[in-house]
Design a protein. Structure first.
Length: 567
């Protein structure tokens, strides 16, 4: 029935569409009750996905009316299950204040000054920049200082700012990080580049595209997103989160143009590129040249909701602690691809599938007659596609005390296109949750496999990581690459989906069925059962999860109550 309802383009009468969908999907919440275990429903997962990935929701873009509808749907589903509101003012929603900024394309200017000679770089062939989230207009002239990769880490013996004075100057940094660093730790350190430069008084950052980066992501690929707005959540004083008022200039520069920056330097850019494989990267130095960078930005302040609900625990002491289950509800809205007739990025797998599994996990918990000892907090966040914004806002403005959040299980883009035989839990090697996931998956006949692409540092790239940075042990669950069907290579199907459908209008149910056959909602139910097993184990175990001593995050993010060896 829902399959008929969701065919075609957006309906004119959205209210009728919502009412029909809610009434149909709502009927899934009346399955029989079991005292200790319920089985996930493939039909319920299908219904949720068909609603959330429908054309009428127009790709659920952050801040859009269609995303508001998706959030209302999710909130009312959780309410129907009897879960309590855990958002703002006794509601199921936590409004996230956001600023959207667009660059005035003809305003971006970059002029290099060498011995009194000024040369203007061509936009966007030689450089590009994004909008400023803080200032409508910026115009900065300052000396340039090369600071290697711009990394600082006592643990890895790095300090690219050693013996450099960058106060009042523009730092010039290499994109990426040294290959000698472990990928996940390196990704974390790389995320600190802006903060490190700002703390040392820099007034701008220029990032150099390298030959190594060109092999991974060509410079030309970034030009496809020149008109994409930037977005950040706003603090109580109205300033963007992690804002650094002294940093007014920014640019990403093609290496052909960047060579001129080193005309008076003790080392050429060519020599620096040749030294990229050194364990710590090239040391920094003054460049002896200066630059003027200017741009204009247009700002719009909006908001978009997280959905937050809680199933209260049964233990008088432990019910004040929470196992957090997360998924993101937003996607990327309309496509800018002129070659495609279909403009709606439906986000069926990314992440209607994850939300559907979260909702079905919530139903399983709600229908237990014996409630878990700890409480279960269901958090469906906005703005993941814009930089983990909703999750980061919650991590910094939690609706429950942050030190009472004992673990996070994140669901993002389970690829339900083949009967997976294994599961990947990114982050499993960092905390005691790894063993929990392995045991939970085994109950459903699913193996736990190691990260098949560690170089991608995926553990640092989804919503859970915002809670990790607050000390909360977390895992990010994904379908593995092994298939129970000998006729399907799970790894090839996953790679094919990523290459052909990820962040494209064809991540919709009809297109995926056409390419891969029936959506495996039955294995979505298995995924939900595993998710349920994990959360139930954590909720009923006296000792809360902890960071392993062998993990980088044990000392970086661990708190006295969640480190291995600390009671």
């Amino acid at each position: 029935m829902l399959a008929l309802l969701f065919k075609g383009k957006p309906m004119k009468n959205t209210v009728v569409f919502i009412a029909a969908a809610l009434s149909l999907a709502g009927c899934t919440a009346t399955a029989p009750v079991s005292p200790t275990k319920t089985t996930a429903s493939a039909t319920a997962i299908e219904a949720h996905m068909q609603f959330l990935a429908a054309d009428a929701l127009a790709g659920r873009d952050t801040g859009s009316n269609e995303h508001e509808i998706a959030s209302l749907y999710i909130a009312t589903q959780l309410q129907a299950l009897g879960l309590k509101p855990a958002g703002d003012n006794g509601s199921y929603l936590q409004r996230v204040p956001l600023r959207k900024a667009r660059l005035a394309q003809d305003s971006a200017k970059f002029t290099l000054h060498v011995d009194g000679v000024s040369t203007e770089l061509a936009y966007p062939k030689a450089f590009f920049t994004g909008p400023s989230l803080q200032f409508a207009n910026t115009d900065v002239t300052a000396p340039l200082v090369f600071a290697g990769y711009g990394l600082v880490s006592e643990e890895f013996g790095l300090d690219d700012y050693a013996n450099l004075d960058v106060a009042g100057k523009i730092v010039v940094l290499l994109s990426g990080r040294p290959d000698s660093l472990p990928s996940e730790e390196a990704a974390h350190l790389t995320s600190l580049k802006t903060r490190l430069a700002a703390e040392r008084g820099a007034v701008g950052i220029i990032t150099l595209h390298t030959p190594k980066q060109e092999k991974v992501r060509p410079y030309a690929s970034s030009l496809l997103y020149l008109n994409t707005p930037s977005m950040e959540w706003l603090q109580k004083d109205g300033t963007p989160a992690e804002s650094y008022p002294n940093l007014k200039a920014g640019a990403y520069v093609h290496p052909d143009a960047a060579a001129a920056f080193f005309a008076k330097a003790p080392m050429s850019l060519e020599a620096i590129f040749a030294a990229l494989d050194a364990p710590k990267g090239p040391a920094g130095f003054e460049l002896g040249v200066s630059a003027t960078l200017s741009r204009s930005s247009q700002h719009e302040d909006i908001s978009s909701p997280n959905v937050v609900a809680v199933l209260e625990g049964s233990d008088p002491k432990l019910k004040d602690e929470y196992v957090v289950i997360t998924a993101h509800s937003d996607h990327i809205g309309f496509s800018n691809d002129l070659r495609s007739e279909d403009k709606i990025n439906n986000g069926a797998m990314d992440n209607a599938a994850g939300v559907a599994i979260l909702l079905e996990t919530a139903r399983q918990f709600a229908q237990l007659s014996e409630k878990p000892k700890r409480s279960i907090l269901f958090l469906v966040v906005t703005g993941e596609e814009k930089g983990l914004l909703g999750a980061d806002y919650f991590a910094n403005n939690p609706t429950r005390p942050i030190d009472k959040l004992v673990a996070n299980v994140n669901l993002d883009m389970p690829v339900l296109l083949y009967p997976f035989a294994d599961m990947i839990a990114f982050g499993a090697n960092h905390s005691s949750l790894g063993k929990v996931v392995e045991q939970a998956a085994a109950k459903e006949g699913i193996a736990l496999s190691a990260d098949p692409m560690p170089e991608q540092a995926i553990f640092t790239r989804s919503d859970h990581y915002t809670l990790v940075k607050k000390g909360v042990p977390a895992v990010f669950l994904m379908t593995g690459f092994k298939s129970q069907d000998p006729k399907q290579d799970g790894g090839k199907v996953w790679a094919s989906f990523f290459a052909k459908h990820y962040h494209k209008p064809s991540d919709d149910i009809p297109s995926l069925i056409k390419d891969y056959g029936a959506i495996r909602y039955d294995f979505g139910a298995i995924f939900a059962d595993i998710n349920f097993n994990i959360a139930l184990d954590v909720a009923n175990t006296e000792q809360r999860p902890y960071w392993l001593k062998s993990s980088f995050f044990h000392d970086v993010f661990g708190q006295p109550y969640n480190r291995e060896g600390v009671k």
